[in-house]
Structure formats: structure tokens, C-alpha cells
Ligand binder design. Structure first.
Ligand code: ATP
Length: 509
């Protein structure tokens, strides 16, 4: 290889109780798209944060164009030419696209800019060149999730990176947006920019990447050409064993409706673009109903209304097991047997600073967690340990703060916590978001087992493959409306595409 753009040599990083990177070496050539693959908690984000100067390694060397460097902060890395797009967007909703980009630029570049044309005029050719299709003067709060992602990309590109690090960039993108992103990345690579690409989606890695470094339990175990390997070979390399096959009992007719929504409408809450328009559906015992659609079409509002986070709706617009629940708070709904897995892990699903044991408390029935007004810490720790063991969560201890878990492990913990509440009705938004293929198979199996035991499951997901693999019936959300739900066997890709644009012929009664 020519002199690598970035070379990491023997990088070690230890957290209390965890060796996150264990003498990891990795080299990315100029113009190469290099995947970093590994199961949840393998150390990918830690390694990339070290390359970006956001974390200091305990040992090891970083070389940039063959010269040793020691970025102490992201500003140092950006000055070298490293850009990073994080999994969670860090944009200001009230500012415009151009203002958001300016805020993220290195000081010298921002100064140079402020002397010349307006920021919007400066950005226009960049937007054009990479076909990002953005209005620099639009307010970020008015944009869709796919557009947010492009603003993050624009922000990184405006700093003229020579290495761009992307952490799971496609988890919230529609298939079209993903294709557009890949075209941009290929163009960047052709222009000489290197790309480090973290993803759990093996098919994407095979489609996009020239080489792939595989991490397992903090160590780099292989460097391969992903296109020369089958998908299950890559999975085995990463996990150390083959992915379990998901098994389902032979399909049985669904039972009685357990969750019913009728003519539910509500305006868009402040800060959101889409409200709910005449949403009606039934979820039956012993079935998995999927809701497909590009995020930002009302799915998160629907989930809030069903979970009880949003209670400004008519009481009888939502029925759970025969009871009207529209105005009931989440705890009262949980007492009736409803559980929800929200899309946002930190903040909504978990309190980052609190231990996993204390996070159990958030969705436990009050009698289970306390006695005589006292919270039973030991009981909570036992419950957290159970979830950790049953769902293969990697955590230093049941008392480890939620924020110390890797993204995928926190997702496994949250899904496990709700499944262990033995729900009669489970609502799950993006249940395998950021989760590796092995863990995704286990989560899918758990959802199917719940269904086979008579539970009712509503899955809201942007991952069509996931929905097609799991669901008995499927509906689509577009512009705040919900399509009729149709049996899985009748769903075609063409139909889904049309419905995702809101084009179906009749609304459910
Ligand atoms: N701030 C922290 N404090 C303590 N432990 C941490 C911290 N950040 C990460 N870890 C631990 O380091 C290990 C590696 O985490 P990292 O986030 O790098 O994994 P990852 O491969 O990116 O995982 P995922 O695919 O789930 O995002 C994990 O065991 C994680 O729990």
C-alpha cells in the first residue's frame, strides 16, 4: 500500500472494568472506503473516537500520512483533515443549514469564509457537487431525517476532509437516501478522500467497501476484502460463530383484537412537522403487525400516543384489552400489560447517568420495585442481572451507568427489560437499531416467541427486510396517515414503494 492516510498502531484503551481496544492496528489508504466491523461492544466507536481526537488512547501510535500525530481534541483532528459524522445528529433545529455548517467549521476556515461571499453562496457549489439537494437557508427543524443526515455530511465536507469517518450512517435512511449517500461516498473516494465506515449492515459493507477490518472483543482479528466473502462468512468472522437461525412456530390464526385505534387525529406537536390523520387499526393477540415508512411521517407521534407519553387525545380513540386508554399515563397502561420500546435509547428509554439497575425502575410495576415505600436496590440489581444474562448484554456490572454501554448493548438491554415484563402487548420502535447481526437474530427470535405465546407485537421500523421477515401483517405510514394493514403474503415491493409515498386507494375504516 502507498503511505496510508491514517494508520493506527497498537492502540489500547481501557475503561473501568473493560478493555475496549487491545493493541488494535488499522490502516486506511488514500481514496479507500474501509469498513470497521464488529459485534456490539467490540470497540469500533472507541477506536474511531481516538482517530478523531475525541478520546486519548492509553497506548499506541497514530500516524497521519506516515507522520506520528497526537490529536488531543477533535479540533486537532479536524485541522489535520479528519471529519466525523456521528450516529446521533448534533444539529441546532432553530438555525439554518448554513449556520449549522458554519458552527462546525475549524476557526481558520470560518474566518476565511466570513471575509468572502455569504455562507449560503459558498455552500451552494458544494451542495451541487455532491448532489446533496439542500437549501442552505432552510431551518434544520423543518427538515426530514434524511435531510438532517445530509446536513451532517455537508458540515463534514465543508471542512474539506481527507478522511471521513461515518458511524452507522444509514440506520435512519430510506433506500433512496442510502443510494444517494453511497454515490456521494464513492465520488469522495474517487477524489482521494478516505472513508472509514462503521456499520452492522453486512450487505452494505459488501456493496460499498474496498476493505474491512474486523474487531472482536477489542482486538483486530482480520483484514479482508468484503466483496470476496459471503455475508454469513463475514458474520462468522465477526462473531466467532454462525448466526442463529430464527425459528417460528407454524402460523396460527390471530386471536381477538387487543389494541384498537379508531379515527385518531391530532395536530403536529411543536417542533414536529407531521400530526396524525384519521389513523385506524387493530392489533390482535398472537400477531406481529408492522408499520413501515420513512421516519418523520408520524410514527414517533403514534408510538407516543399508544405508550401514553402523549395523552392529549380522546380517551376512547385508543382501546387496550377492551379499556379506553387514550388519557391514561404510561404506568397505568403498563399495569394493563402494555410495554413500549422507544426509538431514542438515551433520554427516553434510559437515563444515561443512572445504573442499569436503576434504569430497571423506569418501567417496573411499583409493587415489584419497592416494599414499604423503600426501593429495593438488591431486587433491581438482580432484575438487571437477569436481563444482562438472558439477552447477552455486555456491561461491566448491573450497576454500570447506561451511558457506559456501547450503543447496541444498550438497545439489547432496553429490549430485554421490556420483554422480561411479560407484556401482553409490546410496541417496539426500531427494535434492532444499531444492533449486530447476532443480537438482531436473538431479538427477532424473542419477538416471535412472544407472538407464538399469544402476545401482540407492533413493530415500527424503517428496515423493510426486518418487517418482511417478522410481520404477519404490514401497514405503511405516510404524511401522518396509516394505510390498511395487509397480510404479509400479499405485500409486494412495488406496493410498499407506492404506499410509502402515501398512494393507497382506500383508508382503513
Ligand atoms: N464511557 C465509557 N465508560 C465505560 N465503558 C465504556 C465507555 N464507552 C465505551 N465503553 C465500553 O467499551 C466497550 C467498547 O465500546 P464501543 O462503543 O467502542 O463498542 P462498539 O463496537 O462501537 O459497539 P456498538 O456496535 O454497540 O456501537 C464496550 O464494552 C463499552 O461498554
Amino acid at each position: 500500500m502507498a503511505v496510508p492516510r491514517l494508520e493506527l498502531r497498537g492502540i489500547t484503551k481501557r475503561y473501568p472494568g473493560v478493555l475496549a481496544n487491545d493493541e488494535v492496528s488499522l490502516a486506511i489508504a488514500p481514496g479507500e472506503i474501509h469498513a470497521v466491523l464488529g459485534e456490539n461492544g467490540a470497540g469500533k466507536s472507541t477506536l474511531m473516537k481516538i482517530a478523531y481526537g475525541a478520546l486519548a488512547p492509553d497506548a499506541g501510535q497514530i500516524l497521519w500520512d506516515g507522520r506520528p500525530v497526537a490529536p488531543r481534541a477533535p479540533d486537532d483532528a479536524r485541522a489535520l483533515g479528519v471529519g466525523m459524522v456521528f450516529q446521533h445528529f448534533v444539529l441546532f433545529d432553530t438555525l439554518t443549514v448554513a449556520q449549522n455548517v458554519l458552527l462546525g467549521l475549524p476557526a481558520a476556515l470560518a474566518r476565511e469564509l466570513s471575509r468572502g461571499a455569504s455562507a449560503s453562496a459558498w455552500l451552494a457549489p458544494l451542495i451541487e457537487r455532491y448532489r446533496l439537494d439542500l437549501d442552505p437557508d432552510a431551518h434544520v427543524g423543518d427538515l426530514s431525517v434524511g435531510e438532517h443526515q445530509r446536513v451532517e455530511l455537508l458540515r463534514a465536507l465543508a471542512a474539506r476532509p481527507r478522511l471521513l469517518i461515518l458511524d452507522e450512517p444509514t440506520s435512519v435512511l430510506s433506500p433512496e437516501a442510502r443510494t444517494a449517500l453511497f454515490a456521494t461516498l464513492r465520488q469522495l473516494a474517487a477524489e482521494g478522500c478516505s472513508v472509514a465506515y462503521i456499520s452492522h449492515k453486512l450487505a452494505e459493507i459488501r456493496e460499498l467497501c474496498d476493505r474491512c477490518t474486523v474487531l472482536r472483543a477489542g482486538r483486530a482479528v482480520a483484514v479482508v476484502d468484503p466483496r470476496a466473502m459471503a455475508q454469513d462468512e463475514l458474520a462468522t468472522l465477526m462473531l466467532g460463530n454462525a448466526v442463529d437461525e430464527v425459528r417460528s412456530a407454524s402460523p396460527r390464526p390471530a386471536g381477538d383484537p387487543v389494541l384498537r385505534v379508531k379515527h385518531l387525529s391530532m395536530p403536529a406537536p411543536p417542533g414536529q412537522r407531521v400530526g396524525l390523520r384519521e389513523v385506524s387499526f387493530e392489533l390482535r393477540a398472537g400477531e406481529i403487525l408492522g408499520v413501515a415508512g420513512v421516519s418523520g411521517n408520524g410514527q414517533s407521534l403514534l408510538l407516543s400516543v399508544l405508550s401514553g407519553e402523549e395523552i392529549h387525545v380522546p380517551h376512547d380513540a385508543v382501546h387496550l384489552l377492551g379499556h379506553p386508554i387514550g388519557r391514561l399515563r404510561p404506568a397505568a397502561r403498563r399495569a394493563l400489560g402494555l410495554r413500549a420500546i422507544p426509538e431514542e435509547r438515551l433520554g427516553r428509554g434510559c437515563v444515561p447517568e443512572m445504573g442499569l439497575d436503576e434504569n430497571m425502575l423506569l418501567t417496573m410495576a411499583s409493587g415489584q420495585a419497592s416494599s414499604g415505600g423503600w426501593i429495593r436496590r438488591r431486587g433491581l440489581a438482580e432484575a438487571a442481572s437477569r436481563v444482562i444474562a438472558r439477552h447477552g448484554v455486555r456491561a461491566a456490572s448491573p450497576r454500570a451507568p447506561a451511558r457506559s454501554l456501547s450503543g447496541g448493548n444498550l438497545q439489547k438491554f432496553m429490549v430485554g427489560r421490556e420483554l422480561d415484563g411479560a407484556p401482553r402487548v409490546l410496541l417496539a420502535a426500531q427494535p434492532t437499531w444499531g444492533v449486530d447481526v447476532g443480537a438482531a437474530a436473538r431479538i427477532h427470535q424473542a419477538l416471535i416467541d412472544l407472538r407464538d405465546a399469544g402476545g401482540a407485537v407492533l413493530i415500527i421500523s424503517e428496515d423493510l427486510d426486518e418487517l418482511l421477515a417478522l410481520c404477519d401483517r404490514l401497514a405503511v405510514m405516510a404524511g401522518g396517515r396509516l394505510s390498511p394493514a395487509v397480510a404479509r403474503a400479499q405485500v409486494t415491493a412495488d406496493m410498499l414503494g407506492r404506499w410509502m409515498e402515501g398512494r393507497w386507494t382506500h383508508d382503513p375504516a
